[in-house]
Design a protein around this ligand. Sequence first.
Ligand code: HEM
Length: 420
Amino acid sequence: MSESEANFYHDEQIIENPRPYLDAMRAKCPVARESHHGTMMVTGYEAALQVLNNVEGAYSNACSVVGPIPGLPFEPGSGSICDTLEVHRAALPWADHLVCFDGKKHADHRALLGSLLTYKRLKQNESYLAELANRLIDGFIANGRCNVVPEYAHATTVFAISDLMGIPLADRSELLELIGAPPSQLDGDAVHKIGPDPLIFLKPRFDGYLRDRLVDPGDDLMSELVQARFKDGTVPDFDAVSALARFLFGAGQDTTSRLIAMAVRILADDQALQARLRSEPGRIGDFIEEILRYDPPVKVVYRLALRDTDVGGVPIDAGTIVTVALGAAGNDPARFAEPDALDIDRPHVRDHMGFSRGSHGCLGAPLGRMETRIAIERLLARTTRFMLSEEHHGPHGKRRYCYEPTYTFRSLADLFIEFD
Ligand code: HEM
């Protein structure tokens, strides 16, 4: 199928395996217009870096989560769209959340969170993560099989971020249910309904947690967040703090859960690599970095060109949505030799863009890495061998997997494994 026939934002074959489409786009040009929604698709490493670093402030993050599908609520004219964007910004999907903020507002709010996710706090959380993984494994190991996505990956990340944030124990299982799978991105109507605050359903609950901590602070992240001040000493608005807490909760679990599931999938299908990591657990970190390059949980992020600009010499008009394909950048042969091979011995294994780059680069990367490492370490330590269930995924060489219908994330819907 040619690029003009294939639709990145819609086709199930691309959701199942985005690699051929993205390779074809890169071969055409690392910065090329995609035919269906007119976005500029960036698939080359250097070009992606240039957009994400946004040195000249040519891009906004206003549409960074859902990209082109809902369409802009205004018609970009010629020249800068800065003023028009400000008039319409509040109506855009996810507009109330950090990842879509720009400029000073973004820097100020990001700084409130940045001071919370310290190395010391993560270190304190490390033993909890190992206990949690053991407890979850206890829940399924005797069965000789499990569905990794809900029973291990998703449960690990929801409980881990809940513990760090200080969500009461009694509420955690309910939150695990509530968060569930994301809505389909392939159903145009559902996407249109995404408002400026898709996490609004968590607001009463999180407002309550934060108010409790104003009166009775504990040693948790929400207690610190509710006391946090902007750099100039001013007090952030309560609703802004609530939005940050909810975004942190959301961002803190779904991406990491997808990475854990993908890591288990790869090891279950590659017994030699699994055996190697059992004997060299110190290399699990490199394995995780290599997945973030090879097939990362966040496939694409979006930027909106505020004015006429260019990437790698290709002109980008003001008002154009730029799709930065993080996984495609990580598979650019101009940057990574033999990109199609998952190679944990690759030099500069951390040079991927799995956590994005620039001022919006992932704030939770150290936590995501730690959670995934511990989940894999514990699973290897508690089993002698695990493999894919052929009943669900077919025989070796003819595997089939079900991915969630989203063009933004790379997200296994389920993953069935069996233990020896
Ligand atoms: C392996 C797991 C993770 C992956 C692959 C991942 C990926 C990403 C990516 C690609 C972005 C950038 C979005 C953009 O450029 O527009 C991002 C932003 C963000 N991530 Fe993560 N993330 C992970 C885990 C986490 C965790 C555990 C947390 C929190 C505890 C977190 C919190 C955030 C926040 C707050 C932002 C927004 C930063 C900003 O806009 O300034 N992430 N993440």
